[in-house]
Design a protein around this ligand. Sequence first.
Ligand code: G
Ligand code: G
Ligand code: NA
Ligand code: MN
Length: 253
Amino acid sequence: MRLESGLRQALADGELLLHYQPKFEISTHSMVGAEALVRWMHPQRGLVPPAEFIPLAEATGLIVQLGEWVLEAACAQAARWQAAGLPPFRLAVNVSAREFSPALPVRVSETLARYQLDPSWLELEITESTLMHDIERVIAIMDRITALGVSLSLDDFGTGYSSLSYLKRFPIDTLKIDRSFTTGLPFDGNDCAIASTIISIGRQLRHKVIAEGVETLQQLEFLRDAGCDEVQGYLFSRPLPAADFEEQLRAGW
Ligand code: G
Ligand code: G
Ligand code: NA
Ligand code: MN
């Protein structure tokens, strides 16, 4: 309860901030995107990681306001980078199940317009478990988002109740291999089989495939040889404050 009222206050007081973790295309070594990850700068406790407050925000419904703040802040930042003439890349925002409603495409559209942000700058990462309830409704909302020119990726792929019959109908650009599978590469035979299979399904459905949580060169080599398109993880960069991210970007990574 105390953390909940604290989080409500944090939203009001501007104690939330975003860090940005880059995504790289394996074939060209170029930075092609970034994921915005929320942090809470608590006046006493310091930087609180999202694992400690996102579940609470989801349980209490505060995630809707938090998600509004994140979308707003990410679009504002992307618009500054767009205006500064930086080479365009996709900036991904995480969307929780409870935010995934018909109000979402409306809010996305309004936010893009308010910042005059080209929609190709924005991507939404949706966790697989979001998508299993009322599939027709989910697809209708996804279609409204992609009609805006915003791309969608399916996060934590393989950890939820993936139904391949639904997967083929989702208008998504990218499948994101969950960190729990990347970790065991290239030594754990099961993780290798799962990662290779996700890459194969993704390619055959004409989606891009990205692996998150890449920490070693051996993981990168396995993923490259298996045909994975993009990578994200500590091997390349931790999530960075906007100023540090921008400095790296200007330096060309
Ligand atoms: O940054 P870190 O790896 O600690 O993030 C932990 C979890 O919090 C991840 O699962 C990530 O998807 C989630 N998360 C981070 N930022 C956001 C956000 O802005 N919105 C939502 N819904 N989840 C987020
Ligand atoms: O929930 P989601 O899957 O979106 O999680 C992203 C989280 O993973 C963030 O909290 C981020 O800080 C963390 N993360 C990003 N790259 C790595 C990595 O290479 N290794 C580990 N252990 N965590 C990572
Ligand atoms: Na994510
Ligand atoms: Mn993920």
